[in-house]
Design a binder for this molecule. Structure first.
Ligand code: SF4
Ligand code: SF4
Length: 60
């Protein structure tokens, strides 16, 4: 299992839908990009996928 952000699709911190949706604070912002900072806390709930308007984040 892993979390993948497709940066060709991601709308970045102006969106932050995944970051706001994640109940365990897996996402952060670094250098103007949404990044994964706490992958070990992921419960694979897929809320980030559901809230991403660009289908840029995938849990697989
Ligand atoms: S699957 Fe759930 S816990 Fe994992 S990064 Fe997405 S919102 Fe967070
Ligand atoms: S919700 Fe999707 S488009 Fe928005 S910041 Fe997260 S990965 Fe990027």
């Amino acid at each position: 299992m892993g979390i993948i952000i497709d940066y060709d699709l991601c709308e970045g911190p102006d969106c932050a839908g995944c970051k706001d949706a994640c109940p365990t604070d897996v996402f952060g912002i670094e250098d103007g990009k949404i990044v994964i900072v706490n992958e070990e806390e992921c419960t694979f709930c897929k809320m980030c996928e559901d809230f991403c308007p660009a289908e840029a984040v995938k849990i697989n």
